[in-house]
Structures are given as C-alpha cells and as structure tokens.
Design a protein around this ligand. Sequence first.
Ligand code: LLP
Length: 414
Amino acid sequence: MSGFHYAEGELCAEGVPLSRVAREFGTPAYVYSRAAIEANFRAFDAALAPLPRLVCYAMKANPNLAVLSVLARLGCGFDIVSGGELARVLAAGGDPGKVVFSGVGKRADEMAAALRAGIRCFNVESEPELDRLAAVAAAAGARAPVSFRVNPDVDPRTHPYISTGLKENKFGVDFAAAPALYRRAASLPSIRVVGIDMHIGSQITELAPYREALVKLLALVDALAADGIRLEHVDVGGGLGIRYRDESPVPLPAYAAMLRELARDRPQTLVFEPGRRLVGDAGVLLARVEYLKRGEGRNFAIVDAAMNDLLRPALYDAWHPVDAVRPRESPVDTWQIVGPVCESADFLARDRDLALAPGDLLAIGAAGAYAMAMSSNYNARPRACEVLVDGERAHLVRRRERVEDLFAGESIAP
Ligand code: LLP
C-alpha cells in the first residue's frame, strides 16, 4: 500500500497515525494519501513519455473533489460518464479541454452541458447516440468532437461484471459496423470526427488482451485514414489492475513498451483512462471493531463499516487486505469481518487471521477506488467521511453525513 506504513507500532497515512484520524473525524472514515495519488499519476505519465499523450483519470473510481483537484493540478484530464461528473470536474478546477465523455446512455441535457463546457471529446457508443449528439450540437450552433468507442471483441480475462470488450457486452459499437459509422459522422455538419477509443474491462492483469485489442484498433485507424478520415487521437481506455492480494499487475514499463512498439511513428495522441491504477492503493477504509461474536466454527468481528460503505466484497467477492491499526501480541483467531447491515452478504473480509479486541481500529486496504464511490445509504446509514492526508496534515475533504441529510429531500404526502 503506497502512502501507508507502520511507525512505532501503528499504521500511518503518510505522517499521520490512523488513530489520530479516528479521534478527530470518527469512524468509518475513508483516508487517502495525497503523496500516493501524486506518485501514481507521475509514474503512469512518466512511463509513457515521450509518446504524445493525455491521461484522463476515470473519475468514477473516486470522484471526491479533493482527489480531482490533486490530479488536475498535475495536469491530468478526466474521463467522465455523466453530467454530475462534469460538474465535479469543473468544481474541482479541472480543465474541460482535457475531458472525454464516455458512457452508453448520455442524455441530451448532459451533451449540451458538455458542449457548453468545451470538452475535448464525446466517446460515442451507438448510432442513435450519434444522431442525438448531432441534433444537440446543431441546436447549439456547435460542432461536437466525436470518437467512437469500438468494441474489439477480446476477452480481458477479468471478473465478468467488469469485463466490457466482448461482443456480448452493452459497450461500444461493433467493429465491423465502425467504418460506415465513421463515414456517416464525417458527413454530418455538426460533428467533428477526432478519435477512436476502446475500454475492454477493469482490473486487468495481463498485457495480451490490450495488445490484441490495440492491434485491431490501429488497423481500423489505418483503414479509416485510407478512406480520408484522419484521427487526432487513439484512446486506449483504462483497466490496468492493481494488487489486492497476490495479483501481479502489469508493470507500467511493459505496458508503455507495448504502446511504443505498436503506436510508433503515428501522428495520433494517445489518450488513457486509468481509474483504479491512479487511486486504488492510495486509500483505506478505517473502521472500528464494535463487537466480537464467537460462534461454533465461525468468529465474527462486527465493525462499524458495512457493505453500504464498501460494496466490492459483497458484489464481486472482492478481497481487500485488512490490517490492525495497532497490531496486538495476543493470540490470533480467524475472523469474518462483517458490518451491521441486515444481509448475509454484508461482509468486508472472510477468514482473516487477526488478534482483535473490541474497540480496535482496522484498516481495510486498497480502498481508494470504487469504494466510497459505490457507497449507499442502505439501512439508513449516513455515508462515511473522507480525509485526505498530506504529509503531517489530515484534511476533512467530505464531512460525515448526518442523519438529517438522509431524508432532507423527502416529504410526507398529504
Ligand atoms: N474508461 C471507461 C469507459 C470505464 O468504463 C472505466 C471503468 C474506466 C475507464 C476505468 O477503469 P479502471 O482503470 O478503473 O479499471 N466497480 C468495479 C469497476 C468498474 C469499472 C467501470 N469502468 C470494481 O469495483 O472493480
């Protein structure tokens, strides 16, 4: 876990002991390391040098304004999937000229807002979407910059819920249908064709699917050029995995070498949409043990965080590391780490060997991506606070929700 280490027997985020975060802000709390986010971005960007490139952080992974601002200040762009995400980028000081807009279901009002903001590109995923965008742009007297998300039909060999580049997925336009779509788009006065893109899945730990997909994509770029359609950028999407347990992530130098080899001597800028790789290991979910419940064959550690705070274990059977903030000497037991939500799927971790006592703090690791972002208020649980640690300082970057917040938008019908 970059940004997190033990000092004097206690887990710290940079220079801040996690017990201090718990004391100041309470639990459950998401804690992020600014240095880790910055190091991840710099490593990603530097590995790709000197390729002409634009890194657009897939902000769905973690859309907190403070996280966006840290990345925006490093020159990072953003991959968005909704008008809400666009508003967040603008609120965080991001450059709309470095925004690409992905997603299969863009609404007309979202398109109009993105056109007004002056985004770099719409990643269009179907012909009806192209028609709608052309109409919205025409009504606004604008020309919409367009890239088609092409489905290369490769198997990224990841969890089926996060695999997107296969024919049977809802994402992207069919490879075979793409040339005709490009010709149509090029003929529309309110559309400007600028690129092509793909995104084959998430938490990918092999290079081969990327290579296979990119070879196909670049062949299409060449075929389009022969047809007089010259693209300014090739967006290779995101999806690079991280280590949660024992995975071997694709090393950035190998990824970059593959790109340099395949994209050599091409005029196009390469666009990247990493999410997890930039923030996944830069956060932990800090939780406190409420009760220890010993049973026949199973011991439960009931903590104050739950599936509404971190859904990944329940939804994908995902494995996150769990560490005691202050490891004890006492004997170790095997624990099911569960929350207070009334669902058997409400587990954060299974079969973990830990020495625990009630009141102990636990850090659930690799929780910087798709963690707070996928939280909910299920069981009328206010969402956790978020804290960004920067050296010796801990900044509250989202206050804990209050119970009143939960029903502030509701009313009782007469
Ligand atoms: N670009 C597009 C068009 C995407 O749909 C995604 C993720 C990304 C980029 C970024 O992918 P990344 O680099 O983070 O793998 N909730 C799941 C992950 C869902 C990913 C959705 N799309 C999880 O917790 O594993």
